[in-house]
Write a protein that binds this ligand. Sequence first.
Ligand code: ZN
Length: 468
Amino acid sequence: MTIESSSPQSHFLFAEDACLPEGWRRNVLLQWNENGVLTGVTADACAPPYVARAGGPLMPGMPNLHSHAFQRAMAGLAEYRAQASDTFWSWRDLMYRLAARLTPETLAAVAHWLYVEMLKAGYTSVCEFHYVHRAPDGSAYASRAELAERVVDAAARAGIGMTMLPVLYEHSGFDRRAPGDEQRRFVNTPDELLELLSTLRQARPEHGALAYGVAPHSLRAVSEPSLRILIDGVTRSMPTAPVHIHVAEQTAEVDQCMAATGMRPVAWLLEHFDINARWCLVHATHVDGDEVAGLAASGAVAGLCPTTEANLGDGLFPAQAYLDTGGRIGIGSDSQIAVDWRAELRLLEYGQRLVWRARNVLASHTRPQVAERLVDAALAGGAQATGRAIGALRVGCRADWLVLDAQHPSIDMRARDMWLSGVVFCEQGASPIRDVYTGGRHVVQAGTHVDEAQAYAAYRHAMAELLR
Ligand code: ZN
């Protein structure tokens, strides 16, 4: 089933409460055009008789700034001790075995189901850090962008906005070791990757729900000259395209970077490249005080993935110091161990509480409600990282929003300024997210995605193949 565009008269919605950039407002009338872009946001409005009414309070949809779609297939399969000491690196071995088995068809089915899950959870856009490019034997597919096209198509079918970031992966360490067999599906030269991106943009041109950027995998997988070729190459044709990189996820990675360059990864990047608002530094987990200040001043986004970082035993990002210095953040589901932006924000705060043995650590004097501060930060930083006009109920932004369940026990009977606290911090029972709209289309209705049954049937079929 495909999702039909709204008919002209249905390009309005009236909400008794909506979370606008200035805060909660009453009686909000939304209007959007046939391209799915908001053209009117009016508070204190009267509800025209022909306009549909939202089933509860509205808030903007959350951007997911870091995803590896295929990893959904292994979520929960690495939660046992396989050797004396399980680490990120043993998890990575399992991930490589799964990546080796992917086909275009199984990848498409897993990605489609994942994006249905994201929408149900209230993620209305996703940055896909896509690094499986080649056939299992390391040869290029007839279309170099075959697998990326499948992921882009899966997003379109599900109705989630996408920023596709094809990944440049050259070698498997700072010593420029040749990639092993388990990495041969990922490998390209910068020129090959730029060609892949160009092929992809011709096959699937940008539109309101689709943007492109690039993702140098990490400093351990991409050399400085190649990083320069990639950035210069993409900037020539797409001057504002986002650039995402895994930067300092593991202490071993920081140690290797120190040994190879004499600098820590974030410090090295800040020193050698013009890190600005186009950049998203994913897993800036291990940063010292100077790096915190430098990253915050750069205008780049720190891409935080708290549930994955906890699951992989990465470490804790110094979020309090960074936010208090004006740093920008967004959140991602990364390994898909959780597909839930509420859980990411909750764990971001709880990690700090456990470290500092204090409460409401990430609140501030001007934003005493920690949930409001974190939601606003993740909306703004996440939107910036996508390179798309999203993240707010504002004219010119994409018509993406969530309808909360006003009768949910975590919202019902509470003052309006407590609603986001209930949404983020209460974990009782069913989700308080009732409906989801993307580009003005009503893709999740009363908790069910319009294509959910079919997507799940295809996912089960793919999992039977992958786990055989
Ligand atoms: Zn990642």
